[in-house]
Design a protein around this ligand. Structure first.
Ligand SMILES: Nc1ncnc2c1ncn2[C@@H]1O[C@H](COP(=O)(O)OP(=O)(O)O)[C@@H](O)[C@H]1O
Ligand SMILES: [Mg+2]
Length: 275
């Protein structure tokens, strides 16, 4: 084989790596993530549900070629769920690493989604990992694990449905490089919805405009603005052949509210857009 068949001509279109999940950047978030990773700094992402946080992290992990350890936090999640515990195995007790410990041992990105939901004792294990010590003390095994250079802690939460009982204390927040995520600007969101659903971009534009006006209702009747995720569901059903109004009812009106009056208001907005 000649060398020329091995090297790409300089003007060849750059190929998209299929193993890297598609993520359309909105600002400098990819660069910020790469720098935080390189400088071994922990990262905090804030933003409404369905605006691309999880996709962003899987994209960045794949781009950096690092394993991703994701934990969806909930109100029963304890420090031991993250670090590990002794379990009875065949009559013997055996230590089993939790996802955080595994990430610290093996390296890679540990992503704690909706971290404010977790029990208070979780922050205690995060603190020594999020300052320059970068260590994880395992009291139960007596180990003090030092995080490798390619370990990164990323946490996210949705400030929208935060209440006083569930927020990150300043002493925790101030250990992270933080970025706010929001729904992408209309032209970008249109392209994302088109790419994810297969519905032509011109048809997605109407959905994105509708979303923008519905997001204006947030706070009055709606707890949260409609997510990019729901727009993709809607476009996917339309692309699959569902009538537009049925698709919109099932992916926009019903998921956003249980209140009959609010639903009627939403449906009116849908009809005004799609007639
Ligand atoms: N910037 C983006 N690039 C590509 N896809 C996106 C982007 N933002 C949102 N999405 C799409 O929206 C869906 C929901 O986003 P996700 O990352 O799960 O939201 P979050 O984690 O913020 O709740 C994703 O599965 C993806 O299809
Ligand atoms: Mg998510």
């Amino acid at each position: 084989m000649s060398l020329s068949t091995l090297t790409k001509p300089a003007d060849a279109p750059s190929t998209v790596d299929a193993s890297v999940p598609y993520y359309q950047s909105v600002g400098n978030e990819c660069e910020m993530f790469e720098q935080a990773f390189a400088q071994r700094l922990p990262l905090l992402l804030k933003g409404p549900t369905g605006c691309g946080k999880t996709r962003f992290i899987s994209h960045m992990a794949a781009k950096l070629g690092k394993p991703l350890h994701t934990v969806s936090c909930h109100d029963d999640l304890t420090a031991a769920d993250l670090t590990g515990r002794y379990l009875l195995k065949g009559g013997e007790t055996q230590w089993v690493d939790g996802p955080l410990t595994r990430a610290v041992r093996e390296g890679g990105i540990c992503y704690l989604d909706e971290v404010v939901e977790a029990r208070k004792d979780v922050t205690v294990v995060l603190h020594p990992l999020t300052d320059d010590r970068r260590v994880l003390p395992l009291e139960r095994t007596g180990e003090l694990l030092e995080a490798p250079d390619d370990f990164m802690l990323v946490v996210s939460y949705n400030p929208g449905y935060q209440h006083i009982l569930k927020s990150l204390k300043p002493s925790t927040r101030q250990r992270f490089v933080a970025m706010s995520f929001d729904f992408p600007p209309p032209a970008v969101e249109r392209d994302i919805v088109a790419k994810e659903s297969g519905l032509p971009a011109e048809r997605c534009a109407a959905l994105v405009n509708l979303a923008a006006s519905l997001r204006g209702m947030k706070g009055q009747d709606l707890e949260e603005g409609i997510s990019t995720r729901l727009l993709i569901y809607c476009a996917t059903l339309i692309q699959a052949g569902m009538p537009i109004l049925d698709a919109a009812r099932a992916t926009i009106v019903e998921p956003l509210s249980d209140d009959a009056d609010v639903q009627e208001g939403l449906m009116e907005a849908v009809r005004a857009t799609f007639g």
